[in-house]
Design a protein around this ligand. Structure first.
Ligand code: PMP
Length: 387
């Protein structure tokens, strides 16, 4: 009997119903997915080359162009999370031996430097303490000293809660013959960014933060300058899956008939489409204002609780993710566990260089409401009394 060959029994866990509790996700992401976006992801499948799916992809592309404020042709969503977009950006832009300057003031610069080293790039790091941002003259010094072909910088440093000013950076990079690559996974839709006006060459984000879609698709866009650098490559990019030449064709960015590259996560694209549609309906300016106002209310409430904000300068605070120092005499794990156990609410501890130092509270997209600010402040007040 064939069954006698079965040495691995059916796992009991899979014979029980799927368990997914209701939680308020006020950490640094993912954020809660509203019913409209959930419903989009639960629609019946279509084939990945069906015209209706290609139409959805075109709509996603237009939504990303709006969210990024760019006219770039080479604009699409990567089938993967924010890390996948980070890898796609770096491995398409960089060739073995290229010099890259990475601005490191938290975990995302560290990760980008790690990825660039794996690609055989000559990596230089520009360092700032967690909680600080880079001034133009810091960057200028690095560009003059290392003469990189690419600068990586994070717009919304979610591990520390810092918003990096971008004004003048693109122009500075271009004066030094360098391309500007920006991570906006945690900031897109929550803080102003203008890809074309700010002369950003490569910009990427994620689906699960302000866009309120499930994780698994990541908007990305390349300027003409970036495209030209990719066209000059001596070697093909070291990944087939993330080869921007192939993806450009699949996304209808190269004017050629679309060819099968991979089976896109179609339902993730349905959700992303709805997330972008909701941002378009609200409007970027209203979205930025909503995040600014709720972040300001949260910061005031945290101060009223006697907590110390980790980022000193108000203008350098990321409106989507707020960091406070772990209060003296408290264990951050007990506070996050208290909120989870008593309020079914997620907030997070630090990440990378901010571990043990901060608590992170995220208010992103539909989760950025005055009601949620009150809720998390009440929960924190309880935690400070009980932990
Ligand atoms: N960059 C930043 C700024 C992020 O906040 C994150 C996610 N926390 C990422 C990159 C990585 O994204 P993902 O977890 O979706 O791979």
């Amino acid at each position: 009997m064939a069954t006698s060959l079965l040495r691995v029994p059916p796992p009991q866990g899979l014979l029980r119903p799927l368990a997914v509790p209701e939680r308020l996700l006020l950490g640094p992401g993912p954020s809660n997915v509203p019913p409209r976006i959930l419903a989009a992801g639960g629609r019946q499948l279509l084939g990945h080359m069906h015209p209706e799916v290609l139409q959805v992809m075109d709509e996603i592309k237009a939504g990303i162009q709006y969210a990024f404020q760019t006219q770039n042709r080479l604009t699409l969503a990567i089938s993967g999370t924010g890390h996948c977009a980070m890898e796609a950006a770096l491995l398409n832009l960089l060739e073995h031996g290229d010099t890259v300057l990475v601005a490191v003031n938290g975990i995302w610069g560290q990760r980008a430097a790690d990825i660039a080293r794996r690609l055989g790039a000559n990596v230089h790091e520009l360092l700032k303490s967690p909680g600080e941002y880079f001034a133009l003259w810091d960057i200028e010094e690095g560009l003059a000293r290392h003469k990189p072909s690419v600068l990586f910088i994070t717009h919304g440093e979610s591990s520390t809660g810092v918003l990096q000013p971008l004004e003048g950076l693109g122009e500075l990079c271009h004066r030094h013959g360098c391309l500007l690559l920006v991570d906006a996974v945690a900031s897109l839709g929550g803080a102003p960014i203008f890809m074309d006006h700010q002369e950003i060459d490569v910009l990427y984000s994620g689906s699960q933060k302000v866009l309120n879609a499930p994780p698994g698709s990541a908007p990305i866009s390349f300027s003409e300058r970036a495209r030209e650098k990719m066209l000059r490559r001596k070697m093909k990019p070291p990944s087939f899956y993330l080869d921007m030449g192939w993806l450009a064709n699949y996304w209808g960015c190269d004017g050629e008939p679309r060819r099968y590259h991979h089976t896109a996560p179609i339902n993730s694209f349905f959700s992303l489409r709805e997330g972008l549609a909701m941002l378009v309906e609200l409007g970027l300016e209203s979205s930025w204002e909503r995040h600014r106002a709720n972040c300001a209310q949260l910061c005031q409430g945290l101060r009223d609780l006697g907590l110390e904000l980790f980022v000193k300068e108000e203008k350098a605070r990321l409106p989507t993710i707020t960091t406070v120092r772990v209060p003296e005499g408290y264990d951050w794990k007990e506070i996050t566990a208290f909120l989870m156990d008593n309020h079914a609410m997620e907030i997070a501890g630090g990440l990378g260089p901010s571990v043990g130092k901060v608590l992170r509270i995220g208010l992103m997209g539909c989760n950025s409401t005055s009601g949620n600010v009150d809720h998390v402040l009440r929960a924190l007040r309880d935690a400070l009394a009980c932990c």
